[in-house]
Write a protein that binds this ligand. Structure first.
Ligand code: WT7
Length: 661
């Protein structure tokens, strides 16, 4: 009952702190509700402001997360231990003893209070053809699908692979898995059949869910055909459920099950399974710095709690708002901030099927106007693309519904940040640059739009979220640059044996791993005020338009090449075997086809340079740092070359690069 007081109360502002609140309100052009910056239950434990609450969340971690978990989630039986973690052993357990069902938290409890509220708006490829689905309808779809999966033999603990574009049945499939205790493995529908087959095999799925065809940017994509090719090499697959996104019929085999037809035969009630907090909710594959992509595991309670909390407070989401995250459900952003976070909060979430430039570069903002989107969450790569088309495409549409603008996926440069803030948000919406990873499940570093003392510096991700302890490599240094390490002790960090791959990070000159922290792969700068700015990847993972790609993974396909990032693209250095005599453009075409077949189109190299040999250290390590400088045209700053084996190799690479220009 105390909570409801906090939820609804707009405080009268008198103290000096509150004057600052007023300033902030005036800046943002709206009133400030103190309840919007603090998880309500904790506010009663003698903590009254944001930084106090942050300190409480890291110092009194058990009390903080215990209170928030009891309050925000519906439990079938309560947990007895908040956390039981020993990261050195890879053990991460939260809310042990607790039982709950994620789909009940995302659906049933809202159906009880507001069945006709819109849960999801499916923004289909063709503008103006959106479909709205209420909580009651989404629960029905989920239950029918859950029953169908059970009829097809899917059991608790199985893993179902979902290869679908953003559509209501994709979302219902994820929730149906959660309802019956199966894990899901969503594979981005842009991945090739080989990449899909790898993931199906690794997850040992017996069931795949797909659509006949996808539609994106006015083009039809034959997704079922890709699945057909993939499952040829997947002995575990017994059935493929096929939904109809277009009217076109596609060849069906004995293995294929027409999804809509069969689910309509099922009951609209499906008993939710009581899951343990630490049972697997989903697998999601992501590129690492070595070899094949890894299937990261997230579990039930901690993940759901963390995504709902961050969704609520990072974006300042309130009941009745329309939340528009334009990611694809195939990435962690879609899982956390299209599906689980918003639905757990009883929100209205948008599922975007199209592209930022279809049918024209005004698409996002036309959609914002038509759907009345309040929080818009997108990627810097799209913002940079759109700003090139000019302000008119934005200004043609009414964006007065917008309250918060979010950015994710890669560092947002100042020009893009300012354009997003000034043009898209008319200078009145806070821009929240949110840093996180598939590993972390939810946002770790982001500004606090509802904080009375919030300052947002363009291009900076600013502050750690509640419970998050980032550290730069040299922990003695309060300000400065470094490698971002991050404490693994928060509820949404990845689970299972894979945690062991992350606890081994040994800084230079240090014999033992830094216990309790993991290496994020990113570099960062911390200002004297303690604000964080993420610089970008420091390991052998590259960021291609916000998509993560391991150099090792690409090099696996394009044997004997090295790939480094160049602005927004992929730059490949090829060393040919002596016997190969081939024209450079023929070679380039072949390499692109290979990558597209084995991974996905977005991973295709943009630039290809044939070299005799690569700059290597005397111990045989390729000096990627030097290659990167060459590609960035910073040849004056090549740095220390004393360990270089063959100095000519660098000059040759530079000459070749100049020739290409
Ligand atoms: C990597 C994680 C988090 C969901 C999308 C990508 C980069 C992500 C930011 C940001 C600078 C960022 C990092 C990170 N990244 N957000 N706001 N500023 N870099 O998830 O595929 O797991 O990639 O994306 O390099 O490590 P992911």
């Amino acid at each position: 009952m105390m909570c409801s007081l906090w939820r609804g109360t707009l405080l009268t502002l008198t103290s000096s702190l509150n004057r600052r609140v007023f300033q902030c309100c005036r800046q943002l052009g709206r009133s400030y509700n103190i309840a919007s910056c603090m998880p309500e239950a904790v506010a009663f434990q003698g903590v009254s402001d944001h930084s106090g609450l942050y300190k409480f969340s890291v110092n009194e971690s058990d009390r903080f997360w215990g209170a928030v978990a009891r309050q925000r989630l519906s439990w079938i039986s309560p947990f007895h231990t908040v956390q039981n973690c020993d990261f050195s052993q890879g053990k991460i357990k939260w809310f042990e003893g607790g039982k709950l069902n994620v789909s009940v938290n995302c659906l049933d409890r809202h159906v009880q209070t507001c069945p006709e509220r819109v849960a999801l708006i499916w923004e289909r490829d063709e503008p103006g053809t959106e479909v709205k689905i209420t909580y009651r309808q989404l629960l029905e779809l989920t239950c029918r699908l859950g029953n169908l999966l059970k009829r097809q033999g899917v059991r608790r603990g199985d893993c179902v692979t979902i290869y679908m574009p953003p559509c209501p049945l994709a979302m219902a499939s994820m929730l149906a898995c959660a309802r019956i205790g199966a894990a899901h493995n969503v594979v981005f529908a842009g991945f090739s059949s080989e990449a899909l087959a790898d993931r199906i095999r690794d997850a040992q799925s017996s069931t795949v869910i797909t659509v006949n065809q996808g539609v994106r940017g006015g083009k039809v994509v034959d997704l079922k055909r890709t699945v057909d090719q993939a499952v040829q090499n997947c002995p575990t697959v017994q059935q493929v459920l096929v939904a109809m996104r277009t009217e076109n019929t596609v060849p069906m085999t004995d293995r294929d099950v027409p999804l809509e037809e069969e689910m309509m035969k099922e009951d609209v009630v499906c008993e939710p399974v009581a899951m343990d907090s630490e049972d697997v909710l989903f697998l999601l594959y992501t590129s690492g710095s070595t070899g094949k992509p890894k299937g990261l595991v997230h579990t039930q309670a901690g993940y759901l709690l963390y995504t709902s909390l961050t969704h609520r407070y990072v974006f300042n989401y309130h009941d009745g708002d329309v939340f528009g995250c334009v990611a694809d459900i195939g990435w962690i952003t879609g899982h956390s901030y299209i599906v689980y976070g918003p639905l757990c909060n009883g929100g209205t979430t948008v599922l975007f099927e199209s592209t930022p430039v279809y049918p024209n570069p005004g698409r996002y903002w036309e959609m914002v106007e038509r759907l009345g989107i309040n929080q818009f969450y997108g990627a810097p790569t799209a913002i940079r693309l759109l700003l090139k088309y000019g302000d008119e495409w934005v200004q043609n549409y009414n964006r007065s519904s917008l309250k918060t603008l979010g950015s994710v996926g890669e560092p947002i440069n100042t020009e893009a940040w300012e354009w997003y803030h000034r043009v898209v948000g008319d200078g009145r919406c806070p821009v929240v640059d949110t840093w996180w990873q598939t590993e972390t499940g939810g946002i770790c570093i982001a500004p606090r739009p509802a904080d009375p003392e919030a300052e947002i510096v363009p291009g900076m991700a600013m502050h750690p979220f509640y419970g998050i302890k980032p550290a730069l490599l040299d922990t003695e240094v309060v300000t400065g640059d470094g490698v971002v390490l991050q404490s693994a002790q928060f509820p949404a960090f990845l689970r299972l044996r894979l945690a062991l791959c992350y606890n081994q990070y040994c800084p230079l000159n240090c014999a033992t791993p830094l216990l309790g922290f993991f290496f994020t792969g990113d570099g960062a700068h911390r200002s004297k005020e303690g604000y964080y700015q993420i610089i970008g990847r420091l390991d052998d993972v590259i960021n291609v338009s916000g998509h993560r790609l391991g150099t090792a993974e690409l090099e696996d396909v394009v044997v004997c090449t090295i790939i480094i990032m160049f602005g927004l693209g992929v730059y490949v250095f090829v060393v040919l075997k002596k016997a190969v005599m081939v024209e450079e453009d023929v070679l380039a075409q072949q390499l692109r086809e290979m990558v597209s077949r084995s991974i996905a189109k977005y991973a295709c190299p943009d630039f290809i340079q044939v070299v005799r040999c690569l700059p290597k250290t005397r111990s045989g390590k390729i000096m990627r740092r030097v290659l990167r400088k060459v590609v960035e045209r910073n040849t004056d700053e090549l740095g220390d070359l004393s360990t270089l084996d063959d100095p000519d190799s660098v000059h040759e690479v530079i000459r070749g690069h100049r020739r290409l220009r």
